[in-house]
Every structure is written in C-alpha cells, then in structure tokens.
Design a protein around this ligand. Sequence first.
Ligand SMILES: NC(=O)c1ccc[n+]([C@@H]2O[C@H](COP(=O)([O-])OP(=O)(O)OC[C@H]3O[C@@H](n4cnc5c(N)ncnc54)[C@H](O)[C@@H]3O)[C@@H](O)[C@H]2O)c1
Ligand SMILES: [Zn+2]
Ligand SMILES: [Zn+2]
Length: 346
Amino acid sequence: MLAYTYLDKGKFGLVEKPVPVLQNDTDAIVRVTLASICTSDLHIKHGFVPRAVRGITVGHEAVGVVEAVGDAVKGVRPGDRVSVGVETFCGECFFCKHGKVNNCVLPDGGWAMGCRIDGMQAEYVRVPHADTGLTLIPDGVSDESAVLAGDILATGWWAAKIADIEEGSDTLVIGAGPTGICCALSASLKSPNRVFICDIDDVRLDFVRKHYPSLITLRADEALEKMRAECRFGGADSVIEAAGTPASFRLAWEAARPASTVTVVAMYDEAQTLPLPEMYGKNLTFKTGGVDGCDGEDILAHIAAGKLDTSALITHTFPLSRTDEAYKLFEARADGVMKVALDCTR
Ligand SMILES: NC(=O)c1ccc[n+]([C@@H]2O[C@H](COP(=O)([O-])OP(=O)(O)OC[C@H]3O[C@@H](n4cnc5c(N)ncnc54)[C@H](O)[C@@H]3O)[C@@H](O)[C@H]2O)c1
Ligand SMILES: [Zn+2]
Ligand SMILES: [Zn+2]
C-alpha cells in the first residue's frame, strides 16, 4: 500500500509498505477513506518534534472503515465507519481516569500515531487500543463532516472545555487558522455573550466572515484596544491563543481581563517570555498542553445534530497518490487553503 512517510529532516515522501496486520488483541485495522494534513505534520517535517521517529507513516486524523479487530475489541466491528483520533490511550491509568489522555502512561499512549508509530496518510492503518482510539461515525454524517473530529476539532473542543468560559461571557480567540476557528466554534457552544477571533491575515478573516458570520472578526492590531473598550472589566473573560508567535502570546495575556484564564493551544518554535512583574496583580490562570482527545463521541453527536460544522475548513482535496502536491500547497498557504484532505481510496 502507499504510505506518506517521514524520511528525514525536511523530507516526506510516498513509500510502498505492507498492509498492516493486527499485532495485539486490542488493535483494529482501518481502511482509510479520508485523512487530513495538519500543521503538526509540518512541525515533524522540519524537525520540531523530537519524539517523531523517522520511517513512520505520518498523519494523525482520518476517517475510514474497520477491516479487522482483535479479540479484545468491543466497541467497533468490521464494516463500521469510524473516526480515528489523534491519541490512543488505555482509559484506565491515573491520567486517563482524570481525562488527561494525552499523558496516558502506555508506551503507545497519547499522540503516538503519525508521530512514533505509523499514522493515517496511507491506505490502511493499525490502531492500537481501538476501543479508545476509534469513534463510530453516526449515520448521515459524511466523511468530510467527520474527518476533523479526530484532531483539530478535538483540539478546539478541548480548549473551549478548559478555558473557563461562562454563560454570557466574552471570549477572544487569537489566530483564525483551522485550529482557532475550531476553538471559536466550540466556545460558541458555551452560550457566551460574544466570541471574537483575530488574525493578521485578511484572507483568513474574510474566510471566517463568509463561513462563520456569528463570530466577530478583528484585526490582530486592533484586538487589544477593542477588548479594553468593549468588554466589561477591560478585557476578554477568556482568551484562547491559537496563533503561535511571540506577538500573539503577548496579546493573549494583555487582552485578558484580570482574574481570567488564558488557554495556550498553539505550539511555538521557541520559548516565550512570561513577564511576571508586568502582569503581577492581574491574577491570570494559564492553561496549556496537547489536546486530550477523548470527546469524539460528543463531538460527532454535535456534528450529527447540526450544531458543529467544520466541513467548510476542507478547502482542498487530493488523492493520496498526489500527497506531495497537497503538502506543497498547504505549506505555502496558497490558494486560500485552510485544511487539505487526502482521498486515500485513490
Ligand atoms: N495543543 C494542541 O494539541 C494543538 C493541536 C492542533 C494544533 N495546535 C497548534 O495550534 C496552532 C495553530 O494551528 P493552525 O493549524 O490553525 O495553524 P495556522 O498556521 O493555519 O494558523 C495560525 C493563524 O495565526 C495567525 N497569526 C499569526 N500571527 C498572529 C498574531 N500576532 N495575531 C493573530 N493571529 C496571528 C496566522 O495568520 C494564521 O492564520 C499551531 O501552533 C499548532 O501547532 C496545537
Ligand atoms: Zn494535528
Ligand atoms: Zn492511560
């Protein structure tokens, strides 16, 4: 089968590999129908993810059809349509019991697929701990509607969950990339007063205005002033940072009102400075980390009910055989691209 592979620093490519087989009784084999490309794949390509193993198939978000399951798998059967999550986890260790599945103690727990073991930009994938790593796709939900549930939408959902968003409050999301938009859409489910989203890129803000008019768009350079002027207590009640630059990191804590929560979703290429003397007395709570991707069922139920729709984010689709081209476009941010999907059946 074809598998898009991390060959060396700066180099990914399509490689012919054997179709994976069951290795443990908790595994499933999934025939991938649609997979996505993520900014984190680019981080691997450029060597910013030290844990990533050369030779592995990349890709950590997909939908497909279950081909085979191990004897201990109870939740899915061959023929089921499933969403494959970014994380695999035991569900039983200290961290899993507290919902912190990113920190599952298993060697193949947390973000393993497409990083430390073979992932999903391929025709088939072996999913360890299939009962936690796979979620059934409800009837009537298309592959395009479900494909982002495993990673990017899971991240938005998780960020909104930990961001202490109260009913009637104002949230500011920094960065109108796919992650920021998923954060903003998930925040909108918390009955807030307003959800603002800012970016430095007008193309991205135009995209939000066109597809998600309920979100209030701001240019990044006006966001601080607007938050000070328009929000009670002179700042957003909750800030989610999904841009990942020194300027956006600074804006995150500056635009937050006193005694609020700043949720840092972005991954940075370098260390950021927390100027504690400047923020002394503001009594902020910072939350950060990798997504705890364990709410797939809830997310897919919201998609099925029409309450969450991220299908517009898939602006381009390529067959698996043309993945090189797909990466080129995604990396260059050409042609208004948001997310690229790979049709792994072609
Ligand atoms: N924590 C997690 O588990 C997790 C999961 C997924 C993605 N991420 C991270 O989230 C970040 C965003 O991912 P993405 O795929 O949306 O990336 P992206 O690059 O498509 O989007 C980032 C957006 O931020 C904007 N931006 C840059 N500087 C800005 C500034 N100063 N103010 C406002 N906006 C600014 C960019 O124009 C862009 O639109 C990345 O760092 C990614 O690695 C984290
Ligand atoms: Zn990702
Ligand atoms: Zn665990």
